[in-house]
Ligand binder design. Structure first.
Ligand code: 5GP
Length: 193
C-alpha cells in the first residue's frame, strides 16, 4: 500500500533491536483516516472470502482490526493479555512471547465470542517472529473456527514470522513489507538498494 509506505518513510523511526517506531500514526497517536483506508485495503484483499469475525490482540492490533470490522460490519474480538475480573473461566488461551516487551503473556479470548461457525480474519499491526499471530491461530483452532487468513499492517520480512504463518497453511497479506533496516533506514521489499 503506497500511502502506508510513504507514511512509514516520513514518520518511521528505526530503533535498536530491529524495532520500527510508528507512534505518529499507528502505535500511540492514531491517524484514523489512514487507518480507515488500511481497513478498506484489507477488505479488498480478502473480498472473495466469507468473514464473520475479526480477531486481534490488545493493544496495538485493535485500531486496524476495528477499521476492518467497520468496513465489513462484523464484530471485532481482541485477545486480552491479562485476565479481567469480568471474564468467566471458559477461555481459549495461548502463550505469546512479546517481541517488543520481551515477556511471555498468556493471551485469552472468552469462549462465547468464537464458535465453530465463525470465519475469522486475524489482523495485527506488526509481524516480526510471528508469535502473536501464531497464538491467535492456536486460539482459533481451539474454537474450531475457519481461519480465512491473517492481515498485518507492517511485516518485517527479514524475520521468521511470515514463513511460520504460511507453514501453518494460513493465507497471509501484509500492506507494507520491510526487507531491512540497513543504515537505520527502512528498505521495503522490492526496493532494496
Ligand atoms: P511477533 O509476535 O510477530 O514476534 O511480534 C508482533 C508483535 O510485536 C506486534 O503485535 C507488535 O505489537 C510488536 N512488534 C513487533 N515488531 C515491532 C516493531 O518493529 N515495532 C513495533 N512498534 N511493534 C512491533
Amino acid at each position: 500500500m503506497e500511502e502506508l509506505k510513504q507514511r512509514i518513510r516520513e514518520d518511521g523511526v528505526v530503533l535498536p533491536g530491529n524495532v520500527l517506531k510508528v507512534n505518529q500514526f499507528l502505535n500511540h497517536q492514531i491517524d484514523p483516516d489512514l487507518l480507515y483506508r488500511i481497513g478498506k485495503e484489507f477488505v479488498e484483499l480478502f473480498k472473495d472470502q466469507k468473514i464473520t469475525k475479526i480477531v486481534t490482540v490488545e493493544s496495538s492490533g485493535i485500531a486496524p482490526a476495528t477499521m476492518v470490522g467497520l468496513n465489513l460490519h462484523v464484530p471485532v474480538v481482541f485477545a486480552r493479555k491479562k485476565k479481567s475480573s469480568t471474564m468467566n473461566d471458559n477461555l481459549y488461551t495461548a502463550d505469546v512471547f512479546s517481541y517488543t516487551k520481551r515477556v511471555t503473556n498468556t493471551i485469552s479470548i472468552d469462549s462465547k465470542f468464537l464458535s465453530a461457525d465463525d470465519h475469522v480474519l486475524i489482523i495485527d499491526d506488526f509481524l516480526a517472529n510471528g508469535q502473536a499471530i501464531l497464538g491467535l491461530i492456536d486460539i482459533c483452532r481451539q474454537a474450531q473456527c475457519t481461519i480465512v487468513g491473517a492481515g498485518v499492517v507492517i511485516e518485517k520480512s527479514f524475520q521468521e514470522g511470515a514463513s511460520l504463518i504460511k507453514e501453518k497453511g494460513v493465507h497471509l497479506e501484509s500492506l507494507a513489507r520491510i526487507a531491512s533496516f540497513a543504515g537505520d533506514e527502512v528498505h521495503f521489499v522490492g526496493e532494496e538498494n
